[in-house]
Design a protein around this ligand. Structure first.
Ligand code: IPD
Length: 278
């Protein structure tokens, strides 16, 4: 285990994320080179690749012993394995579909996990200038101001983020639609904005009360999940049990009461976990 202090990890990562933000900001309104990955709506651009390279190069120069899980490195064939070693888990552009459309709900997400637990979470929307940060045990912040979940416990008062995801597997599509049908008359409102990491961060600010998704990856959740727990919320499996970063499903809620109320209502879906075939 490294002896480098958490503060140094945080400062180095924060500065790199701010630099990477300039790349995203410069590119968002320009024409992009778009490639298709697992489905016609799972996209990657040259900016995703440039940002990931910039972050991994910068972090590995300062922390040569640290490991990495990066969305585009995994798409390029690298293994997606989480060990106890300090591991930076990176989504260079979360909400790539939004980025492609110049829709400003997109972010850079960088989490550091040590002993398979989140230690640092940084999620940055450089277009709207929203910097979400958390270090374990020290609270969650938006642009330096402390944030908290809403404290909501009632389902019929809850605003819910429910994403479609990028898989068109018919079983997954049925799961998404069934859950929308079930929840529509039971909750205050349902939203989908197209960035898992930013959705989860909105929950940390108290702006939404529940956020769930099937088919997400470790890099979508690694940083933002720490924001939620540091803001007083809960992060669990969609069935309500212990959260597993590699299991590709997540339920975040403002309170444990709310998580316990929604979990039994959800039709469940289990995608191939991260690390099994990648
Ligand atoms: C995607 C976004 C989207 C979510 C997908 C993710 P990407 O990440 O977070 O909102 O529904 O499940 O894969 O591909 O833009 O990094």
């Amino acid at each position: 285990m490294t002896t480098q202090p958490k503060q140094e990890w945080f400062t180095v990562a924060l500065n790199l994320v701010k630099e990477a933000g300039k790349v995203v900001r410069a590119a968002i309104n320009k024409k992009k080179n778009i490639e298709i990955k697992s489905s016609a709506v799972d996209l990657v651009t040259e900016s995703d690749k440039a940002v990931e390279k910039m972050l991994i190069t910068g972090l590995s120069e300062t922390f040569p012993d640290h490991k990495f899980i990066g969305e585009e490195s995994v798409a390029g064939g690298e293994k997606c394995v989480l060990t106890s070693e300090p591991t930076w888990i990176i989504d260079p552009i979360d909400g790539t579909m939004n980025f492609v459309h110049s829709f400003p709900y997109t972010c850079i997400s960088v989490g550091l996990w040590v002993d398979k637990k989140a230690e640092i979470g940084i999620v940055y929307n450089p277009i709207l200038e929203q910097m979400f940060t958390a270090t374990k045990g020290e609270g969650a912040y938006l642009n330096g101001e402390r944030i908290h979940t809403s404290g909501q416990t009632e389902l019929n008062q809850a605003l819910v983020f429910a994403e479609m995801g990028t898989s068109h597997d018919p079983v997954k599509v049925d799961t998404v639609l069934t859950n929308l049908t079930t929840l529509m008359t039971k909750v205050h409102g349902i939203r989908a904005m197209g960035s898992c990491a930013l959705n989860i961060c909105q929950l940390a600010t108290g702006g939404v009360d529940i956020c769930y998704e099937y088919g997400v990856h470790a890099w979508d959740m690694a940083a933002a999940s720490l924001l939620v727990t540091e803001a007083g919320g809960v992060v669990v499996d969609t069935e309500g049990g212990e959260f597993d970063l590699m299991r590709r499903r997540v339920l975040c809620a403002a309170t444990p009461e709310l998580a316990a109320k929604i979990a039994p209502l959800l039709k469940q879906y289990q995608p191939e976990p991260d690390g099994v075939c990648n």
